[in-house]
Design a protein around this ligand. Structure first.
Ligand code: SAM
Length: 270
């Protein structure tokens, strides 16, 4: 079940239909969901299901499902289970063979990725980073080698420090900060991690909710000149010209013919 991330009109027709026909709606904050339902003229019983009562409420919801009732799960914003409660409920229902379906809708990580202008063919969403610098840098170091765009939630007060740590650990990558998605003051700022870190450090924390998207590692430029010669000579020390050329071509992405020609020259046969 998906609720809007910001704008109340983001909700899908199918989500409204599902909510209207649910026997009960499980939601994080009943006041937030009651407002959403009132706006769309829906009246259904609400039960709160959040981080702090999940252990107690899960059996209650599962019992209703077992009795054949339909339970709609909604979060305060965006898609349940994405940094919101729901995963354990879905798992428990599946373990009992109870039917579960989803009503896909808006979610902040995807909306930010799409607006970032950064590669969306491979991405990793990793939720919130640790709040303290040392732990945050350790977490970032674990992500540094991943060849994909990275999507983080971050809180406004920590944004500048988090961007600075990202710049230090992930290197010079393009990034975007998406704020207040789908709301009146939606804004996306794009730039290098270092530029964005400097800008937010200077301006102070922005208002509202935000998502940070970081581009994949920038491919290292292929070596040329003396650096390439050194690499080929190292390979030639233990390999035939053919094998050394193949190895260096694979490692650098340079055309094999080009490396072979240079290897021949270095080996004195060119
Ligand atoms: N389940 C939600 C979803 O699918 O979007 C995410 C819930 S998570 C607890 C809340 C975080 O999502 C916020 O701290 C913020 O990083 C991000 N977020 C939620 N709504 C947003 C919006 N309208 N614009 C930017 N980020 C948003």
């Amino acid at each position: 079940m998906a609720t809007p991330i910001g704008h109340a009109e983001d909700i899908t027709l199918r989500a409204l239909k599902t909510l209207s026909s649910a026997d009960v709606i499980a939601c994080e904050d009943t006041r937030v969901t009651a407002k959403l339902l009132a706006r769309h003229g829906i009246e259904r019983p609400l039960l709160s299901y959040h981080e702090h009562n999940a252990e107690r409420m899960r059996p209650v919801l599962l019992d209703r499902l077992r009795r054949g009732e339909s339970v709609a799960l909604v979060s305060d914003a965006g898609t349940p289970l994405i940094s919101d409660p729901g995963f354990k409920l879905v798992r428990a229902a599946l373990e009992e063979g109870l039917p579960v379906t989803t009503v896909p809708g808006p979610s902040a990580p995807l909306a930010a990725l799409l607006l970032s202008g950064l590669p969306s063919d491979r991405f990793l969403f990793t939720g919130f980073l640790p709040p303290k610098t040392a732990a945050r840098r350790t977490a970032l170091a674990e992500l540094a080698e991943i060849k994909a765009s990275l999507v983080f939630f971050e809180s406004a007060p920590r944004l500048a420090a988090a961007l600075a740590d990202m710049a230090a650990v992930l290197g010079p990558r393009p990034a975007a900060v998406a704020r207040e998605l789908t709301k009146l003051f939606e804004e996306v700022r794009r730039g290098s991690l270092a530029e964005l870190a400097a800008r937010y450090a200077e301006e102070g924390p922005p208002r509202g909710e935000l998502v940070v998207v970081v581009g994949p590692p920038v491919a290292e430029a292929a070596p040329e000149g003396a650096a390439l010669d050194r690499q080929i000579e190292t390979a030639l020390a233990s390999m035939s010209i053919k094998d050394a050329s193949a190895a260096v071509a694979a490692a650098t992405g340079l055309p094999r013919r080009e490396v072979y020609a240079r290897a021949l020259t270095l080996a004195g046969r060119g």
